[in-house]
Ligand binder design. Structure first.
Ligand code: NCD
Length: 320
């Protein structure tokens, strides 16, 4: 079993072998989660604090459930009501929390790089639950697990990531992960929603759905992130749906057995037609949610093992 990381801040620093380790362990947690009694004691005695500076329902719930199923004491910090509103800096908040001796800190923040910064100030394992437009590693891992289970492999697949790439940390983490596992990644969207420097990502870029979806094994739709847009990026939602929204006609250009994914929350009728999202023969959107809990359990389990080992070494050092 190879997984050396101290924190899970992004996919970028992970070795393909470490990604495989997380996914293999996640498969075991999928089995546990399908049982009636879902309890494990892997994190018993450990404290997990979830700190979400940006609103989230599904990711926070998923991390909370993952920690509880592994037996951790889980606390949700309601950051919006906390002293951050009173002007406390991120670092002060981190130091205050650190003094409470958490073992796992799950952080979502609106600024890219904020979670890395925080990780340098605390003595526990930090998991990035999404930072600005930077990374969302557990989302990419749960997407990878969903793809691997549906397709039987996670290499040499053609994966089309469609829509608002520019504002998406989900797209960024997925591009890195799928590239590391040697897949062919295509980005489809209007040029106004492509990030700058996209040519250096090692991907193919399309602004036409029909051409981009041709022969795709996986169609990954992204939410139009209206809250991150400060100008006019699209002419209108209607026009956007017409050109880039996934409907049966556009999907017909992908492989016959192509799967449809979406990280949620969805804007039905904007980036995806509701009937496609609900089509259980094509859509794996509900599986993604299920895989999310298992992947977060696996990630926290592996980080906790490394944390215990490190603390063990420190204790031996102190006594030597
Ligand atoms: C994603 C996020 O927050 O980046 N959602 C999620 O994790 N459930 C994608 C999105 O907000 O569109």
């Amino acid at each position: 079993m190879t997984f050396r990381a101290k924190h899970l801040l992004g996919i970028e620093p992970l070795h393909p072998e470490e990604i495989r380790t997380v996914l293999d362990l996640s498969d075991k947690y999928v089995e546990l989660n399908r049982r009636t009694v879902k309890q494990s004691d892997v994190l018993a005695g450990m404290t997990q604090i979830n700190m979400f500076f940006e609103n989230s329902t599904r990711t926070q719930a998923s991390f909370e459930l993952a920690g509880k199923r592994l037996g951790a004491d889980v606390m949700n910090m309601a950051v919006s009501q906390s002293s951050v509103k009173k002007g406390e800096t991120l670092i002060d908040t981190a130091l205050t929390l650190n003094a409470m001796h958490p073992d796992l800190l799950v952080v979502r923040h609106q600024n890219s790089g904020a979670v890395d910064q925080l990780a340098q100030k605390v003595n526990c394992a930090v998991l990035n639950a999404g930072d600005g437009r930077h990374e969302h590693p557990t989302q990419a891992l749960l997407d990878a697990l969903t793809i691997r289970r549906a397709k039987g492999r996670l290499h040499r697949l053609t994966i089309a990531i469609c829509g608002d790439i520019a504002h998406s940390r989900v797209a960024r983490s997925n591009i890195i992960l799928l590239g590391k596992m040697e897949n062919r990644v295509r980005l489809i969207g209007p040029p106004t929603l492509m990030p700058t420097g996209v040519q250096e990502f090692g991907v193919e870029v399309y602004d036409d759905m029909k051409a981009g979806l041709a022969d795709a094994d996986v169609v990954m739709m992204l939410r139009l992130q209206k809250e991150r847009m400060d100008g006019a990026f699209i002419p209108s939602e209607r026009e956007y749906f017409h050109r880039y929204g996934l409907d049966a006609e556009k999907l017909s250009h992908a492989k016959e057995d192509a799967i449809v994914m979406h990280p949620g929350p969805m804007n039905r009728g904007v980036e995806i037609d509701g009937t496609i999202a609900d089509d259980i023969n094509r859509s794996v959107i509900q599986e993604q949610v299920e895989m999310g809990v298992a992947v977060r359990m696996a990630a926290m389990d592996l980080l906790a093992r490394n944390l215990r080992a490190e603390r063990g070494r420190q204790a031996v050092g102190e006594w030597a």
